[in-house]
Structure formats: C-alpha cells, structure tokens
Design a protein around this ligand. Structure first.
Ligand code: DGY
Length: 432
C-alpha cells in the first residue's frame, strides 16, 4: 500500500538520511552495516548532496580521492575513522598507508558524478581542475595495470570490486578459488542484517582467500592483476569505466587537459573494439572469465550497462528491451539483479535477485539514450514506488518490493533526491 507521507516530507527524509550518515566530509552507506567510506557509494551520494548542498557534494568526491594509492587505484573502502561492527576491517587487509584503505577498487562512477557536479557549478572550475588529474590517474590504473596486455578488457581480481558482490556472474570463476581460510566466525554483517539477505559463508571463505593471495604479493598492482586466482572482465566495470572515460574526456577537452584527452580517446577506442567479445550467442552481453575464457552463463542486470556506456548497438537495445519485458513479467519490480527465470535467482539475497536503485538509474540512463524512453520511465517509476512503499532500503525484493539489507541507506536516499523522486526538489537530474 502506498504510504500517505506528503512528498516534501519524503524529500526531507532523504536529506535527513544523508545528513545522519555524514561523518564530516564523507558519508557512510549505513552506519551499522557499512561504517566507513565506500568508493562507488560516494559517487552516487555526491549526486544526492548536489540537490541541496553542492559544496558538500564536491567534498564527498574529494575525501574519496584522499584514499587514492600512488599507482592511481581508488580503493573500495577508505577506513577514515575507527568503527566496530564491520568485517573485514583494516587489519584484515594489512595495508600500511594513511588513510587506511582496502586493497581493491570498485566501479569507477566518480568521473561521471564529477561531470554532473561541474555542470551545476556555474563558472567555477577550481574544484574540477584539482580533481581531473586524480580521476585520470585512476582511469590509467584500470586501463594499464588492470589490462596489462592492452586487450581493451579490464580485469577484476575480487568479486567485491564489481560492487555486485555475490552475483551469479562470479559462481563459475569463484568455484576455481580453493578456500584457504574459514572466516565465518569473524563476520559481523549477520549481526545487523537477515542472513537470508547476505552472501553465504562459503562465499566469504573464497573471497577472503583472494585477500590472502594479494597480501602474499604485497599488494603489488601488476602481480595482483596477473596472479590472483580470480581474474574476470566484469561487464559492469567495463561499461561503467567506458562511460566514465567519455565523461572524463569531455571534462579534459573543456578544461584543456590535452594529453589526458588523447590517452582517453585511445582507451575508449580500444575498449569499444573489445566489447563484442562479451556478447553471448543470444545477443546479450555477459562477464568473461579471463582464466577459462568462458562467458558467464547468467544474464544479470549488468547486461544493460553497455547502453549506459554507449557502446551497444541499436539491435542490442532491442534485445535488451525484450529481455526487460520478459524478466519484468516474471518479477514485478525492475530491474531484478539476476534473471527471475534462472535457477540461480534468489529474491532477497543481495546481488542474486534484488533491485538496486543506483543500478536502475544507470540502466534507465542507457535505455533513454537508445530511444527507449517508456522503459526508462518505467524504471524511474518502479524505483520511486519502492521508496514510497518501503523507505530508503539498501535493496528490494523484486517480487513484492520488501526492503532488504540495511535501512536508511545513503545511495538509495541519494537516488531518490536526484532521480527517482518526482517531487519538487527543484534540481532533479533526469540523466547522468
Ligand atoms: C560487504 O562487506 O558486503 C561489501 O559489499 C564489500 O564491499
């Protein structure tokens, strides 16, 4: 049943979530489940802040880049202040640098968010000028360190890098990681969230084995990219990076970063040439296990992201429109993170079924760019209804919209403010 909260109250409630999760220049996704700064969360959160506090929005990206490594990598977690209640904390990663960070990255949404903030900043380009070299270094890290042979396909070495942690996309590559640790007793997430909404113990044992492998290589970027026992081209990161390359190229051209613009053009061309290798026989895109050379069997929500990257063909858009119709008929709310008709689908378990609002926003952006405006509007409506009916949950059961994971989640509030909420925030950003 739709709640009767007046619209302006819901906007205010979303702003209150962001303010509550603000730890002074950086925002925690949710104070209990995730008490530190997360990489792609911050990029989406910046879009939310941009609807009412542009200075604070810039700050979110700036603090994220304070965690950037010398080789350009932007870590997936910056442990800015000590906090209990999360595993694996800084000691599990064993990285000696300040601020403390994890050792892997996450989807590079930051340049796309920075371009949006720049567009809202009038004539003042001081903050974007300071950020462009850092963004460029992070893109170079993906295109060089994580594509050591220059194939145009970038590598992830850990499922958490994809941000779609326990997606069926990783079932096969992860099956080849032999668990060397048992960390079940160390987990803290199950103290905050229903176990049926979270990854399994077996998953944790395998992914923490990868952390141990990287530690044994002293986290040296080149060695990690070539030697870890999980090496996959994630369709999500590949697409999000190509889209962010385009946004960064626009910024570089406008601001006179000529050399950087040249390198970006080269990376974009190389990445675009490689995209057909990710297409399955049914015309839908998938992730590629770089160790076995096999495409993922599953078709997940990442399948739509080549639209967001603007690397898809018009015929791909048509195939995705049909796929969306079929999965919607099976699920209820869109976009389910994996196909509800697939045996691997699980309606409440994290990335094996639930709907995520920031994913919907990127998908809707892509659909609209290929002329599929009805479908784009549908995703916006579904996203708005999920919040209206249930609140700012981390993710939602696609069958009935029940909120899952953690409540009062920063990026869900940010997506409401900047996109899904149609009510007068005066600064609605319809597309990225
Ligand atoms: C977690 O701990 O579940 C996070 O998603 C890892 O980034």
């Amino acid at each position: 049943m739709l709640s009767t909260t007046p619209p302006s109250d819901r906007d205010e409630a979303a702003r209150a979530v962001l303010r509550r999760n603000d730890r002074g220049g950086f925002t925690v996704p949710n104070g209990r489940v995730y008490p530190f700064q997360w990489n792609w969360d911050s990029a989406f959160v910046a879009l939310g802040f941009a609807t009412f506090d542009l200075d604070r929005a810039w700050r979110e990206l700036e603090t994220l880049f304070e965690g950037q490594w010398d080789d350009g990598m932007v870590p997936h977690i910056v442990f800015r202040a000590p906090a209990d209640g999360y595993y694996p904390g800084p000691e599990a990663w064993g990285i000696q640098r300040q601020p403390l960070t994890s050792g892997i990255s996450q989807p590079p949404v930051a340049a796309t968010a920075a371009r949006v903030l720049h567009g809202l900043s009038g004539g003042d380009s001081s903050r974007i000028r300071a950020l462009v070299p850092k963004l460029f270094a992070s893109h170079r890290w993906w295109h060089e360190t994580r594509d050591p042979d220059g194939t145009g396909l970038v590598t992830i070495v850990h499922p958490w890098e994809s941000g779609r942690d326990n997606s069926p996309d990783w079932d096969e590559p992860l099956a080849n990681v032999i668990p060397q640790v048992d960390v079940a007793h160390l987990r803290k997430d199950l103290g905050h969230v229903d176990a049926a909404h979270r990854p399994t113990h077996d998953f944790y044992n395998r992914v923490m084995t990868l952390v141990e492998e990287a530690k044994a290589l002293d986290w040296e970027g080149g060695a990690v990219a070539r030697k870890l026992s999980f090496r996959v081209c994630d369709l999500g990161i590949q697409s999000i990076l190509l889209r962010a390359d385009r946004d960064l190229l626009t910024l570089a051209e406008e601001l006179g970063f000529t050399e950087e613009a040249g390198a970006l053009r080269g990376w974009i061309a190389r990445g675009e040439r490689a995209m057909p290798r990710l297409k399955g026989p049914d015309g839908l895109y998938r992730s590629l296990d770089l160790r076995s050379g096999r495409l993922s069997e599953a078709v997940t929500c990442a399948a739509y992201l080549p639209l967001y990257a603007r690397t898809a063909l018009q015929e791909d858009a048509l195939a995705l429109k049909h796929h969306l119709e079929a999965t919607r008929a099976a699920a209820g709310f869109s976009v389910a993170s994996s196909d509800p008709r697939d045996r691997r689908f699980d309606a409440t378990r994290y990335w094996r079924g639930p709907v995520w609002l920031m994913m919907n926003r990127m998908i809707a952006d892509g659909l609209a760019a290929y002329g599929l405006t009805d479908e784009a509007n549908l995703l916006r409506r579904d996203s708005g209804d999920l919040v209206r009916q249930n609140g700012f949950w981390e993710y939602f059961d696609p069958s009935d919209g029940t909120g899952c994971g953690g409540p009062d989640f920063s990026w869900t509030a940010a997506m409401w403010l900047s996109w899904a909420g149609s009510e007068g925030n005066g600064q609605a950003l319809t597309t990225l």
